[in-house]
Design a protein around this ligand. Structure first.
Ligand code: ATP
Length: 216
């Protein structure tokens, strides 16, 4: 397997964290090797897709042997930067934001929210689940000081663009946007939008129209 992360298609790279999680489960259960059909069964992704994805990683399963779980975990850990902890900031501590602060990301990932911002807190800040929450006036200073590149955005839609502009101005690289706002940002900044009502509507549409291939 190559030491360097190869260039892989976007659809494949979106499945990386999922593969990582399932391989960890197999490893925790003491399994040393796994076949594409076992993974397929567990993940509900067809085996041909898994074999194609894994060929992009340079992982070629052997007939009758399958894939070496530990080797794959080493690859995924490095591809996903799981050897390093990723610090994340959260902006907007309403109902959804508070739920994220209380949710323990570290159970499965080396990602953790280390700071949050909301105008409703006093200037001196407060703490939720041991995560400090400050006024957004402090946002730029704290994010720069803490070297944070990734932000979860759970503010009202009308506040989202202004926050995105401020984050772009200090070079934050990615926003996980939980607001329905479509954000305009510089090319180098990455936005992933998860609009929960759109996701639900899509699911309802799939159910009503009996659309089948909707696992991921
Ligand atoms: P709540 O019920 O706590 O008022 P909510 O869960 O209904 O909030 P929103 O009204 O969408 O959700 O607001 C989410 C949070 O974003 C609120 O806590 C609000 O104070 C905060 N917020 C609003 N504007 C900003 C801003 N410019 N920067 C950071 N946080 C903001």
């Amino acid at each position: 397997m190559s030491e360097v992360t190869p260039i892989i298609p976007q659809a494949t790279s979106k499945r990386l964290p999922l593969y990582y999680r399932f391989l960890q489960n197999f490893s925790n259960a003491g399994k040393k090797r796994v076949s594409s059909s076992e993974l397929s069964e567990a993940m509900k992704i067809d085996a041909a897709t898994i074999r194609r994805d894994f060929s992009h990683f340079g992982a070629l399963g052997r007939k009758g042997y399958g894939y070496d779980v530990d080797n794959l975990l080493v690859f995924f850990r490095s591809a996903l930067d799981q050897d390093e902890e990723t610090d994340v900031a959260l902006i907007g501590v309403g109902s959804l934001g508070t739920a994220f602060l209380k949710y323990n990301f570290q159970k499965n990932h080396n990602t953790r929210i280390v700071v949050a911002f909301d105008p409703k807190v006093p200037k001196e800040g407060k703490s939720i689940s041991n995560i400090p929450v400050f006024h957004p006036d402090m946002m730029e200073e704290m994010i720069k000081k803490m070297g944070i590149n990734l932000v979860i955005l759970t503010v009202p839609a009308k506040a989202a663009q202004e926050i995105a502009d401020r984050l772009a101005a200090i070079g934050v690289k990615g926003i996980l946007n939980f607001t329905p706002a479509r954000l305009s940002v510089p090319d180098w900044m990455r936005i992933h939008t998860i609009d929960l009502s759109v996701e639900l509507q899509t699911l309802i549409y799939f159910i009503k129209n009996d659309v089948k291939d909707s696992q991921l």
